[in-house]
Design a protein around this ligand. Sequence first.
Ligand code: DQA
Length: 142
Amino acid sequence: MKILVINGPNLNMLGIREPDHYGREIYADLVAKIERHCNEKGIEVEQYQSNHEGDLVDKIQSAYKNADGIVINPGAYTHTSIAILDAVKAVGIPTVEVHISKVEEREDFRQISYVRLACVKTITGHGTNGYIEAIDYLAEEK
Ligand code: DQA
């Protein structure tokens, strides 16, 4: 089983950006935590982060015939990007949407998620544990 974990804009600033929303764990810690968990579970994992919408689309496309599941936190592109939605639809791979913060309790503009329309599950407000839950969900569904 191979899972691709994708993080969008500003998630490389974890631990620095708005710790009240996103906690104090830095991005490298998140990457290490996911790597460790997948090693323990015998899951192959690839992790990617970009601040650029087109690069995120390219990465999603690269999963076609190459990954069994995608975990994606598109950051602010969640609320704007039809291109990311279309890419997830195009590859047809089970995808879980993750948000570190509880987006449903935040600003109105965060209440729209385009990518959610193509996702099998959404996890919000569980901090970085949400990524682990998403991976386990995809592994169990497989
Ligand atoms: C986020 C929530 C988004 O609204 C925000 O733009 C982010 C992070 C989250 O993980 O809670 O960058 O996706």
